[in-house]
Design a protein around this ligand. Structure first.
Ligand code: CAA
Length: 258
């Protein structure tokens, strides 16, 4: 897979996608978002891939939507051509786990894209912010919705209205990221985490992702009901048999192909 604004690598069962517009701090433009949608779709379909990692560079995961590209847009252009909706949200259709590995500036649309990953591991250099108000617009890729759900109203309002950047330690404290690791070992650490998940039965990993995402779209009792149906449906599957028998036989389970 050859792209202009992305670099892709495969490490065993893990695909690594790097946003790659170094001259523009990985600002997110149409071409990059089209390519990202293409890469996600291909890896999601590929049975050899169990987990996808999305990362940027040491300097920037992404410093937002490309301001140069959108500076002269009109309402008609953006509405008619479905700006953002047309190509930013392919990541939400990915059924396999997607881990965001973030370092450096993770701002505006970059922070919003990061929040569309299933979970985030941050380098200690990461800085998160929603500075859209400074360029005269509201966030447009879910920042006003995912931030308060993730870090609460007060912190979200603070970031969105003051444009204050938060560092990795604060991001971990408030639950925006799950772990912080030294910048120099970010990719190594995230690949280790991804390889661990890749050893689990991929079908169950996909079901867990599906259930967790359901929590944001439905009531608690409906969400638990959905989870219970999938839990019941798991009995008698090869993954359940292998996992439980391996535990009782005191051996490592082999979930290959499950
Ligand atoms: N769009 C386009 N180009 C960008 C960019 C962006 N979002 N962010 C950085 N760049 C470009 C700069 O224009 C600059 O290009 P040139 O070398 O050609 O001048 C290059 O990247 C390097 O940037 P700086 O010289 O500014 O680097 P710095 O280290 O001094 O500052 C920064 C880094 C704090 C990230 C600063 O670049 C910045 O504030 N960027 C804009 C952040 C922003 O406002 N993001 C929100 C965009 S709107 C949005 O995302 C809408 C949405 O919700 C979907």
């Amino acid at each position: 897979m050859e792209y202009q604004d992305l670099l892709v690598e495969v490490h065993d069962k893990v695909a690594l996608i790097r946003l790659n517009r170094p001259k523009a701090m990985n600002a997110l433009n149409d071409n990059m978002m089209n390519e990202l949608g293409d890469a996600f779709a291909k890896f999601d379909k590929d049975p050899a891939i169990h987990v996808i990692v999305l990362t940027g560079s040491e300097k920037a995961f992404a410093a937002g939507a490309d301001i140069a590209a959108m500076k002269d847009y009109t309402y008609q252009d953006t509405y008619r051509d479905n700006y953002i909706g047309r190509n930013w949200e392919h990541i939400l259709k990915v059924r396999k786990p997607v881990i965001g590995a973030v370092a450096g500036f993770t701002l505006g649309g970059g922070c919003e894209l990061a929040m569309m990953c299933d979970f985030l591991i941050a380098a200690d250099s990461a800085k998160f912010g929603q500075p859209e108000i400074k360029v005269g617009v509201t966030p447009g890729a879910g920042g006003t919705q995912r931030l308060p759900r993730t870090i609460g109203k007060s912190k979200a309002m603070d970031m969105l209205l003051t444009t204050r950047m938060i560092d990795a330690a604060e991001a971990e404290r408030i639950g925006l990221v799950s772990r912080v690791v030294p910048a120099a070992s970010l990719i190594e650490e995230v690949l280790k985490i991804a390889q661990g998940i890749a050893q689990m039965p991929v079908s169950v990993a996909m079901q867990i992702k599906d259930c967790v995402n359901r929590a944001f779209e439905t009531t608690l009792s409906e969400g638990v009901n959905y989870e219970r149906r999938l839990f019941h449906a798991g009995f008698g599957t090869p993954a359940q048999r292998e996992g439980m028998y391996a535990f009782l036989e005191k051996r490592t389970p082999n979930f290959e192909g499950l």
